[in-house]
Design a binder for this molecule. Structure first.
Ligand code: PLP
Ligand code: COI
Length: 341
């Protein structure tokens, strides 16, 4: 086995076809035994539930090569749990959690040459997803589904990696109260594409969404949770029922409390308060922890004191500790590291 010949430090965040992917099909009321396949294409009936009514849920997690050559995944049990809940919310048969973790192992093992080398700054991104293959025409859940996982090597999600980014407050909403914001369903991303194109065209890396009901509280961005540091050095975490329960964010909260001994305050955060904060970051599997230097909301420009050159002190420490744990340089809490054997 030899690692693929890629310029690992410059691979960007993009899809590459790798060797094997996993597929299991739900038919006749049960999941089949599942298998690895070479074929990256999916053939669907024109009236499949995914094509007509967007019945789909997905996940994102990463595999890392450690210095000793071993390959590990970060908290795959959490993704198993979340996609289980997402599927239930979308009236899809949830994929069994133990089978999810075993399928992740199979895909990583079968694509071991694609797991970027230790120290390259890149990782193997895994995309588990489930979608309706069964035919529907009236609006209802389909009766057939596929669960799949593919893998693609990736670099940083936001250009510039650890360099602070500028983001803009969207005039559109991401998630309705009591809607699907807290589940990882493709439909949440479809409706964010328009504001995302507007933001990118205007030179911003991301959109920050406010709550749809009052447009006064901070929700999250299109692909990551937002976190802040206030004037007292407390880590402030926006709380809302319509944001995705980020595994990275929950890990960061643990790191802040148990490794860095910071005070953490999880509560609804008014956008009005943000101008008083010292630091901001966006966290997620793809984003890791990207520092934010500036937030623009029409005429209002918030420049965080941490600036546009490098991450602020707290975001920097959180980033170093989290990535230290993920790369095996810092001892992980029990159960966070899943070694692929
Ligand atoms: N919020 C949204 C909208 C996301 O798409 C993601 C990415 O998964 C996150 C937050 C971060 O979640 P996690 O840390 O579990 O990857
Ligand atoms: C992830 O971080 O895994 C996501 O799904 C976010 C997506 C915008 C790439």
């Amino acid at each position: 086995m030899a690692k693929k010949d890629l310029d690992w430090g410059n691979i960007g965040f993009q899809y590459r076809v790798t060797d094997k992917r996993y597929v299991s099909e739900w038919k006749g009321g049960e999941w089949d035994e599942g298998r690895l396949t070479d074929d990256p294409n999916v053939v669907l009936n024109e009236s499949a539930g995914i094509l007509q009514y967007c019945q789909q849920v997905f996940e994102g997690l990463k595999a890392y090569t450690w210095e000793d050559g071993s390959i590990v995944c970060f908290r795959p049990d959490m993704n198993a749990e979340r996609i289980f809940n997402s599927a239930k919310r979308m009236e899809m048969p949830p994929f069994p959690k133990e089978r999810f973790v075993r399928a992740v192992e199979e895909v990583v093992r079968a694509n071991a040459d694609w797991v970027p080398p230790f120290g390259s700054g890149a990782t193997l991104y895994l995309r588990p997803y489930e979608f309706a293959t069964g035919v529907v025409i009236g609006v209802k859940p389909a009766d057939e589904y596929q669960f799949r996982i593919f893998a693609t090597p990736v670099g940083p999600y936001y250009k510039g990696g650890a360099t602070p980014i500028s983001i803009i407050v969207s005039d559109f909403d991401r998630a309705a109260p009591h809607g699907t914001g807290a589940v990882k369903a493709g439909l949440n991303y479809a409706m964010s594409l328009h504001s995302s194109v507007l933001a990118h065209t205007a030179g911003y890396a991301e959109n920050l969404y406010l709550d749809a009901a009052s447009r006064s509280y901070v929700e999250e961005t299109g692909g990551s949770n937002a976190i802040f540091v206030d004037g007292e050095g407390t880590l402030v975490i926006p709380k809302s029922d319509s944001i995705l329960p980020s595994i990275t964010r929950r890990s960061i909260v643990y790191v802040a409390e148990h490794y860095l001994h910071l005070k953490v305050d999880e509560r609804p955060v008014l956008f009005d308060e943000v101008k008083g904060f010292k630091e901001c970051g966006l966290c997620g599997t793809a984003a890791v922890l990207s520092p934010v230097g500036r937030i623009v909301n029409h005429d209002e420009v918030i420049n965080f004191p941490s600036g546009m050159e490098k991450a602020g002190k707290v975001m920097g420490e959180l980033y170093n500790t989290l990535t230290g744990i993920q790369s095996g340089k810092i001892e992980a809490p029990e159960g966070w590291i899943h070694v692929i054997r």
